[in-house]
Design a protein around this ligand. Structure first.
Ligand SMILES: Nc1ncnc2c1ncn2[C@@H]1O[C@H](COP(=O)(O)OP(=O)(O)OP(=O)(O)O)[C@@H](O)[C@H]1O
Ligand SMILES: [Mg+2]
Length: 326
């Protein structure tokens, strides 16, 4: 018993010793793990700070390169932080895609906006012009031109923020996903007011600003079907790069075939559906439609000098619209 108890005593004290050693070992491992986790955490925080600082430096460089210091002083144009647009630039907010990027719908300061995020590389020379274009655009406030609200300069290619135009593009309404019937009256208004917007840009601003890509996709309509021309100036500046890559397009851009067939039909003295959409070729409007066709043909003169200027076109369309209203 004694031996056994002493044996027991011996074994219990050696197991206590082992436990003591084991506990000490565990404590060492625990300390080591705590140290390692602490070290990793500290490394992570340091890395995070380095990346954050690098990102901030890069954003500041972009801001500088995109003319931020000049544009900060311009009235009428708001400079947005990248952070402010982050929530809008999510794939579920995409409302359209163009040749050079995506358009997102969002809310900024309780105002609905369309945010254009170009996805192309813009060459350095054009980037230099960016600030100039924004300054010009900041002075353009016209009922028939989509207003530029602001831009974000903390990114390589500036992001543009426009007023949101509720009914989308005329192209989608006439031919696309957003089909809506438009009567002759509405079409005349859209044509006359679009021409007014163009005429304003061509002659009423100090610098003549040519659009270069007027097409139904770039005419947006608001709730009352008032047309607003989009992609003036800056967007074009960014798009030019893409266009240059694609080589210069034909004079009539995407609508080349349509225009050729219109001119052919007009030469053959066709009337009605061959020249116009079926919905508006009612007999009572023939005279008006012929006047419209004549204006179109004049505008499509191959020789630029033979084409009427936009102010003249806008006036004629307005007169036609008035005569149709009466
Ligand atoms: N300010 C806006 N308000 C509402 N929708 C807009 C606005 N700007 C653009 N959109 C929508 O986004 C679509 C894409 O516009 P975007 O200008 O990028 O391409 P596009 O006009 O179709 O072609 P392009 O690149 O040749 O201009 C438009 O068709 C329109 O539906
Ligand atoms: Mg467009």
């Amino acid at each position: 018993m004694g031996a056994s108890s002493s044996g027991c005593g011996t074994s219990s004290s050696s197991s206590t010793l082992r436990q003591g050693q084991g506990g000490g070992g565990l404590r060492v491992v625990g300390k080591f793990l705590r140290g390692a986790i602490g070290f990793l955490l500290a490394m992570e925080i340091a890395l995070f700070h380095i990346l954050l600082r690098r990102e901030k430096r890069r954003m500041a460089e972009y801001f500088e390169k995109n003319g931020g210091p000049i544009l900060k002083e311009v009235n009428n144009i708001k400079i947005f932080k990248k952070e402010e647009l982050k929530l809008i630039l999510k794939s579920h907010n995409i409302i359209g895609k163009g040749a050079f990027g995506e358009v997102y719908k969002g809310l900024l300061n309780d105002q609905e906006v369309a945010v254009k995020k170009p996805a192309v590389n813009v060459d350095a020379a054009q980037k230099g012009q960016f600030a100039n274009e924004v300054i010009i655009q900041s002075r353009i406030i016209h009922r028939n031109i989509v207003r530029l609200i602001g831009c974000c300069l903390e990114v390589d290619v500036p992001i543009l923020v426009y007023e949101f135009i509720s009914k989308g593009s005329l192209h989608d309404i006439l031919h696309g996903d957003n089909l809506k019937p438009l009567n002759l009256d509405q079409r005349l208004s859209i044509a006359a007011e679009s021409a007014e917007g163009l005429a304003y840009m061509h002659s009423k601003t100090n610098t003549t600003i040519l659009h270069g890509d007027v097409k139904p996709a770039n005419i947006l309509l608001n709730d009352d079907f008032v047309p607003k021309i989009s992609d003036f100036g800056i967007s074009r500046l960014i798009a030019i790069d893409k266009a240059q890559q694609e080589k210069k397009k034909a004079t009539y851009s995407d609508n080349g075939n349509l225009i050729e067939s219109f001119l052919d039909a007009h030469k053959k003295k066709s009337k009605g559906p061959e020249l116009f959409d079926m919905e508006i070729t009612t007999t009572g409007d023939q005279e008006l439609l012929e006047c419209l066709a004549r204006i179109d043909v004049e505008c499509l003169e191959y020789d630029v000098d033979q084409r009427p200027d936009m102010t003249y076109v806008a006036e004629r369309l307005l007169l036609l619209k008035r005569s149709h209203d009466n």
